[in-house]
Structures are given as structure tokens and as C-alpha cells.
Design a protein around this ligand. Structure first.
Ligand code: AHR
Length: 506
């Protein structure tokens, strides 16, 4: 007879990983496909504001509580002239955009994006071009955005209608410079040097900024993790974060293996953390480099379609993955992985935000709608703020094509001390069986269950479209809390958010 599946967990207020930096719920808008044109910006849309930004999209971004948005790329930034995107719109040049082989009209640039981010209540994470350009363009850009006045570039910004500096705090030194596909691709030694010198000049202009250096574009890169080690060895004193990027897919249609892929993400984070600490030790440094996982998501559904697109058009429908239910489960597990590394991962960007491998989709001149992956992202961003706790979890396990000992249950928990709230995020990866979970929460005396949200669907391939929402959460999860023991039923292939709240006495 098969053994009965059962998971057990202990959650204690004092088993703390770290305070969650809210910026781990960041996202990304690149000048790519319909992310900008037709996504955040569509001046002829009935819901556009006075600057041409779609208010329906801004409302969804606000609902997600996205704290920071990376911009303007991505691969696009590596051949981008930021000067093309500022000043009077009628004199901005149209350019060949080399990364995605489209036409960039430059109707939207730095100032407009800063305005959009304010409306969406997000900070900006700005990337500089270290592909075709370098120190000079970067130091001019930061003088333009962050210097108050009285110099050529800061006064030009004021002439362009922005009296006050934007004070952008977080800057990426290029994008995926380890990748041979990158315009201006560099070896680690070449990149380390330009990152160091550009970072140095940028911090001379504004010492209050934080800098993110490129690491590896994914764990399969032949130069991983040597790229990180060499770059940091050269630029350790100038940079504050190292970047990680990773996308997963299920093109072989093997759900058990696919749902285990956050184990690779976990290994990636652990390896990069160890590499940062090795260089710290080598330099006898007191400074710790933290991690910016500034591109992560599922990306594979649209690849075949995109290969057939004609080049040199404006805002074609590129990277428009339509996500299914199993993608939402993996996204949930990836969010759990980020939370479990809250001590070192201080920023992360779901890539991307609108239309391009995105939780939010829009129709040109039509409505906006939520993809399946919208929901785990929403729940984590809204309820996952506070202290990430270390769950002591014992879960039944399975083996898949690429992974061994995959726990069927993934979990992270966040304790909001001020609100006296505890949120437990759980994924059950079992393809057939529900798994009962027993959690010892005795340190949360006087707490009661506020809600048990579940995202589930009998069909792993179920997806949402503009007309039909097949995958959406419900609040009917089965759980009970008696004498410090929380018992919950985790339905097969489900994302669960169990929220406990201290009972209020009047
Ligand atoms: O997000 C899509 C692309 O993926 C980005 O432009 C690039 O940085 C990565 O390869």
C-alpha cells in the first residue's frame, strides 16, 4: 500500500531569515514589443491620461504594488542613446533598435518614464549602456537626471520641463554583458574594467546612488560563475549588487520536472552568494555585495512565433507569452525561493510587466487583462512584506528528469510584526494528490485564520485570455487552527496563501 502523504512544518517568530526588502517585488519595462508603445503608453486609447499613459494599466500596476521598475532594457539598452529620448518629441530621431530588430520612435524616454513610474507609485531602476557606449554617456545621463542645476546637462533637463532632479537611486551597469547576443558583449575582464570606471564616474556625480553589476544571464552560461568572480574582483569597491537573470520553460511538456525548476534558481542564488563572499574574503573587505535578481520569469511560449516576425516595424507583438496554470505554480515557487533568500536577495524584477512576458496584457485600443502569473505575484507583493521566517519543513519528495529529492511542498512565511500578521505561501507540486499539512505555530499565540486563498485548476494548461478568466484565485481553502496547530489541505497542484492575524479584542 502506498504511504500516506503528509507534510509538517514549524514556524516560529524567532526563526528569522531577514527583513524582506520590498524591492524583491520589482518588475521591468523594456523598449521591446508592446511593453511601452501599446502597453503603458497609448495616447489614442480612451483610457489614456494627458500624457498618453493608459490609466487601466497604471491601476493594475498599483494593485500589484510594484515598488521598483527597471528601465529601459534589457538587451535594448546596449545600443541605446539616452539623448534620443529627451527634449521636444518632434525632434526625437527614429532609430533601428538592434536587440529586437524593430524601429524605436523615442516618443517615450527617461523623463516620461520617470513620470509614469510616479503615477504607478514605483521607483525607477535605470540601466546605462555599456555595450556601444561607456563612461561618458553614463556620467552625462546621471548629471541630467540627478544633478540639481547650474551645469550643461542638469540645465538641459530643466529646459526640458523638469526643474527638480529625478534623484534616481538605483542604476544597472549595462545588461547581460556575458551574453554573445549582447551588442558590445564583453569578457568578464573587459566588463569588470568598464563597470568599475563607469561606476566610479557615476558615484563622483552622485555618491548617494547604488550600483548593480552584471552577473550571468542564466545558470547554463559557460562562464558562470567565473564571470561574477572576475567582475567583482575588479569592481568590488564600486558596485553594491550583482545581478542574476533566469527564465524557465516547459517545451518538453514534463510538468513534474518543470515545477522543480526553482531548485535551479535556489542553486543559482547560493552559488552567487558564495562567489560574492569569496571575493569579499579575498579583498579583506567589510562590505557585503547583495543580489539583484533583476530578470526572472517563465519565457518560452512565444519563441517560435517571434522567429517569424518581420524586422523593422514599430512595437510588434514580441515575447507575448500567454501563461497557463502550471506557469503560475512555478512563478509561485520562484517567489518562495526569493523569500527564502531574503537575507541576500534585496532586489528582484519579474520580467516583464506589460505585454512582454508579463502578468498584465493589453489589447491595442482595447481592454487590459490579467494573466495566470498575475496572482502569485500579487499575493506575494501585497502580503509578503515583513520578516521572512525560516520554515522547518518536512515534505514528501520526488525525483524528476533533472532533479532529485524535490519537495512536493514549497513554502515561505512572512511575519509582519506591526500588523501582527503571518502569511504562509505554499505550493503543492504533486500532480495527483492533495497533501495535508500540519504546522506548529505555537509562537503565534492568539492568532486566527483570516483567509486561505487558493489558485488551482484541473487543467495545468488552462490560461486566461482577454475574454475569459479561467484561472483566478478563490478564498475557500480548507484550514483550521486549534491550540497552536494549523491544519491545512493543500490540493494537488495548487498555490496557497494562508493568512493568520492576531485576534483583535475590543
Ligand atoms: O526580458 C527579455 C530579455 O531577456 C532582456 O532584454 C534580456 O536582458 C534578457 O535576455
Amino acid at each position: 500500500m502506498a504511504e500516506k502523504l503528509q507534510a509538517k512544518m514549524v514556524l516560529d517568530k524567532s526563526y528569522q531569515i531577514s527583513e524582506v526588502d520590498k524591492r524583491i517585488y520589482g518588475s521591468f519595462i523594456e523598449h521591446l514589443g508592446r511593453a511601452v508603445y501599446g502597453g503603458i503608453y497609448e495616447p489614442d486609447h480612451p483610457d489614456a491620461d494627458e500624457q498618453g499613459f493608459r490609466k487601466d494599466v497604471i491601476d493594475l500596476v498599483k494593485e500589484l504594488q510594484v515598488p521598483i521598475v527597471r528601465y529601459p532594457g534589457g538587451n535594448m539598452v546596449s545600443a541605446y542613446n539616452w539623448e534620443d529620448g529627451v527634449g521636444p518629441k518632434e525632434s526625437r530621431p527614429k532609430r533601428l533598435e538592434l536587440a529586437w530588430r524593430t524601429i524605436e520612435t523615442n516618443e517615450i524616454g527617461t523623463n516620461e518614464f520617470v513620470d509614469w513610474a510616479k503615477k504607478a507609485q514605483a521607483e525607477v531602476m535605470m540601466a546605462v549602456n555599456l555595450g556601444t557606449r561607456g563612461i561618458d554617456a553614463a556620467r552625462n545621463l546621471i548629471e541630467y537626471t540627478n544633478h540639481p542645476s547650474g551645469t550643461y546637462w542638469s540645465d538641459l533637463r530643466r529646459e526640458h520641463g523638469y526643474e527638480q532632479p529625478h534623484n534616481i537611486k538605483t542604476w544597472c551597469l549595462g545588461n547581460e554583458m556575458d551574453g554573445p547576443w549582447q551588442v558590445g558583449h564583453k569578457t568578464a575582464a573587459e566588463y569588470g574594467r568598464i563597470a568599475k570606471e563607469t561606476g566610479k564616474a557615476m558615484k563622483l556625480v552622485d555618491p548617494s546612488i547604488e550600483l548593480v553589476a552584471c552577473g550571468s544571464s542564466n545558470t547554463d552560461m559557460p562562464t558562470f560563475p567565473e564571470y561574477e568572480a572576475t567582475t567583482l574582483d575588479i569592481a568590488y569597491d564600486e558596485v553594491d549588487y550583482i545581478s542574476l537573470h533566469q527564465y524557465y520553460g516547459n517545451s518538453s511538456n514534463d510538468p513534474a520536472n518543470y515545477l522543480a525548476k526553482n531548485m535551479d534558481m535556489d542553486h543559482f542564488i547560493k552559488t552567487v552568494t558564495a562567489t560574492c563572499d569569496y571575493i569579499k574574503a579575498k579583498h579583506r573587505s567589510k562590505k557585503t555585495i547583495n543580489l539583484s535578481f533583476d530578470e526572472w520569469n517563465v519565457w518560452y511560449h512565444s519563441r517560435e512565433h517571434d522567429e517569424k516576425l518581420d524586422p523593422w516595424t514599430v512595437a510588434p507583438p514580441q515575447l507575448e507569452d500567454v501563461y497557463n496554470f502550471e506557469d503560475a505554480l512555478l512563478v509561485g515557487s520562484m517567489l518562495i525561493t526569493l523569500l527564502r533568500h531574503a537575507d541576500r536577495v534585496k532586489m528582484a524584477c519579474m520580467a516583464q510587466l506589460v505585454n512582454v512576458i508579463a502578468p498584465i496584457m493589453t489589447e491595442n485600443n482595447g481592454q487590459s487583462w490579467k494573466q495566470t502569473i498575475y496572482y502569485p505575484y500579487l499575493h506575494a507583493s501585497v502580503y509578503g512584506r515583513g520578516i521572512s521566517l525560516q520554515p522547518i519543513l518536512s515534505s514528501p519528495k520526488y525525483d524528476s528528469k533533472d532533479f532529485t529529492d524535490v519537495p512536493f511542498i514549497d513554502s515561505a512565511a512572512v511575519y509582519d510584526e506591526q500588523e501582527e500578521a503571518l502569511t504562509i505561501f505554499l505550493v503543492n507540486k504533486h500532480l495527483e494528490e492533495s497533501i495535508p499539512l500540519d504546522v506548529d505555530v505555537r509562537s503565534f499565540e492568539g492568532y486566527e485564520i483570516a483567509e486561505h486563498i487558493v489558485l488551482e485548476h484541473h487543467d495545468l494548461k488552462a490560461a486566461n485570455t482577454k475574454d475569459t478568466t479561467r484561472v483566478a484565485p478563490h478564498g475557500k481553502g480548507e484550514s483550521s487552527l486549534v491550540d497552536g496547530r494549523l491544519k491545512a489541505q493543500l490540493n494537488r497542484t495548487s498555490w496557497n496563501v494562508i493568512r493568520l492575524q492576531k485576534a483583535r479584542t475590543n
